[in-house]
Design a protein around this ligand. Sequence first.
Ligand SMILES: *Cc1c(COP(=O)(O)O)cnc(C)c1O
Length: 370
Amino acid sequence: MGSSLASGALLHKRGQSLEKGAPIAPPITSASMFHLPGDPDGSYHYGRAGNPSWSCTEAMIGALEDAPALLFPSGMAAISAALFATLRAGARLLLPSDGYYTTRLLAERFLEPLGVTFVERPTAQFCEGGFEGFDVVFVETPSNPGLDMTDLRAVATQVRAAGGITIADNTTLTPLGQRPLDLGIDIVVSSDTKALGGHSDLLAGHVASRNSDLMQRVEDWRKLSGSIAGAHTAWLLHRGMETLEVRYDRMCNNAEVIAARLAEHSAVNQVRFPGLATDPAHEIARTQCARFGFLIGVTLSDAERAEQFINSCTLLRPATSFGGVHSSAERRARWGDAVEPGFVRIAVGVEPVEELWAAFDTALNETLTS
Ligand SMILES: *Cc1c(COP(=O)(O)O)cnc(C)c1O
């Protein structure tokens, strides 16, 4: 179990430092220039280097991570920042072979031509073969979309002993479900487009680390590459995060109920959910995670029935991405993921669970009779 987090204190964090007459909700500061007479003193000066709306959201993310955090305009921008801050020509990088595929494409198309060697390994066997000779080890657990898991403490300890740096993509569980930094991981990256934003209306990401040298490099990368979020996005993410705890709790509770019922349904061949006692990832999840998340992998008998389920279920949006309040689903083979044609990734939302299950059950039953 990760350390528990004071979500009430998180919600009231901004309020602790307000002056009389200040708005409870943060203002949006849309500015490229800031009043700067005399010598620069670290105050806001130019919009690519810093912005009060970023700072406000970063303070909230930092409280959630219990570590300094930097905001980026997408999850991939955060991942790029972490990789460009830690890699150089000649470096060796280890990536999961079954994680978010864009990270692998970035390594293949942009890092390798710059002289970085990268090796891939499946998440379920990530520690096999050790970490000797890797400068940066990037881990994603549970992996998206297969939901396999890796022991983060083992990775952190072994990579550190071998002299490398660890980066964990914690998008799927969020710090409320799993706390990689507390387990010894050097850098956390996250797509806040997903559960932190929570309403499918923004793209954002963050990097968090307790290593100030690494964070300085990540901040330099942001300033020099110009990979910056807009003030409105920062504000919207802050607003979403104010309800993260209540949304996440509902989504994870829903997923536990739904996964168990899916496992019993005759239209379903297989269910992957780290919270099921029979799941291959359950042992790690039980010891490593505070919650099992809101993603469920289900395999129906073929692509056609999977599509029928997704498209006919009244409480499922057929859409890619996850973490929003509306339940959504997609057949991952349509993007070329190495999964069965009938494999569906379900992102469970905040709907009342019995209403949600009734809709799932109806749509699943229809796949059996058509
Ligand atoms: C979505 C996602 C990303 C990329 O995030 P964007 O905000 O789309 O750039 C990275 N990692 C994981 C695990 C994701 O699910």
